[in-house]
Design a protein around this ligand. Structure first.
Ligand code: SF4
Length: 351
């Protein structure tokens, strides 16, 4: 059932996409696709992993850096961990970067550098969940898989005037989206629905007047489109506190720490510090004349807000604590730090 009444949704969306597809560095546009250009699964996979929880605008430069430095999955699989983590710094959700490397190495080692081309086989790779497997299968391999991101959820809720709140309504929205997915050009169709949600059926002010689905759209007819999709109320995020210690030796070297692979910011460079909790104790990494800096660093993670107090101390050149990295001032790049650690560095530097 691909029609609502006698309206062919996929034809309307594909016709609109042919003229209005967004230009993105990882995308093979509809004209090239029609001319026989095939998407590179490596680029599709990389972009989809980067886009998890992150906007297209934020991902663009990272994608270009990554693909310039590591143009294919074999090159990425051979890259040292710290270089990949460094390039990823600032993009957030660092478990994605660790899984990215794991996945590249599995594809390189177990699949001769070729990504598997079905949803089920893709789902077995590290860091690839149902959404990403469906997106890669559809976009890279033209499989008729249903891709349900926030844009598609919004379009489906409005198009069918579904008032059940998210996230409970996801299965229903997915069923509706699946029923519309065509056998013809499923990769272009998946991207068309996402583009419609990103550029026309936008969260705050849907441009129904120029929407290719305006005639049959039940939400528009009912006048409820701006209220949809409904969402269950979120629990407020708790606030945690922590202490971070930034010290520079007289020769300019900075003392850093590579965080353990497990947990938040796992594998990333950072400043030594306390646990993050409601009332953390001070935890200087070694004895020194630590002094608190005025001000504080605030950062919000998915599940909590963090307030960090920053301490600093003057150090002689002989300071070389176990388990810390003594980084030469010329080798230190703030861009290698995850955002919260870069905010701490900025506060310290400005002081
Ligand atoms: S008509 Fe309006 S509400 Fe319906 S899909 Fe198009 S933009 Fe969204």
């Amino acid at each position: 059932m691909r029609d609502i009444g006698d309206f062919d949704v996929s034809d309307a969306l594909l016709g609109w996409y042919d003229h209005h597809a967004r230009d993105m560095p990882w995308r093979v546009g509809p004209a090239d696709r029609a001319a026989g250009v095939v998407p590179d699964p490596y680029r599709v996979w990389l972009s989809e992993v980067m886009l998890q929880q992150t906007t297209v605008a934020a991902v663009r430069d990272y994608f270009l850096h990554f693909t310039t430095r590591w143009p294919d999955v074999m090159a990425l699989a051979a890259a040292p961990d710290d270089q990949v983590m460094g390039e990823w710094a600032g993009l957030g959700y660092y478990a994605r970067a660790r899984n990215l490397l794991k996945c590249a190495r599995v594809v390189a080692g177990d699949h001769d550098g070729q990504f598997p081309d079905t949803y089920d086989a893709l789902l077995k790779l590290p860091g690839i969940g149902p959404y990403t497997a469906a997106a890669i299968a559809a976009i890279a391999f033209d499989r008729p898989e249903t891709v349900l991101d926030g844009n598609v959820e919004r379009v489906m809720a409005r198009f069918y005037d579904i008032h059940d709140p998210l996230p409970g309504s996801k299965p229903l929205l997915k069923d509706r989206a699946a029923a519309l997915t065509p056998a013809k050009r499923p990769g272009d169709y998946a991207q068309a629905v996402m583009d419609l949600g990103a550029t026309i059926c936008t969260p705050k002010s849907p441009a129904c007047g120029i929407c290719p689905l305006r005639d049959p759209c039940r939400g528009r007819i009912a006048g409820t489109q701006s209220e949809l999709p409904r969402k269950s109320p979120k629990r407020p995020k708790p606030t945690r506190h922590g202490h971070a210690y930034i010290a520079q030796r007289a020769d300019g070297a900075l003392l850093l720490q590579r965080r353990s692979d497990k947990g938040l910011l796992g594998g990333m460079l950072g400043w030594p510090g306390s646990v993050w909790s409601e009332t953390p104790s001070e935890a200087p990494p070694f004895p020194a004349d630590w002094q608190p800096l005025p001000g504080e660093v605030r950062h919000t993670f998915t599940h909590f807000h963090l307030i960090l107090r920053i301490w600093t101390a003057p150090l002689p050149n002989t300071t070389q604590p176990d388990e810390l990295i003594v980084m030469d001032k010329h080798a230190f790049r703030p861009s290698d730090l995850p955002t919260v650690m870069r905010k701490a560095y900025d506060l310290w530097r400005d002081h």
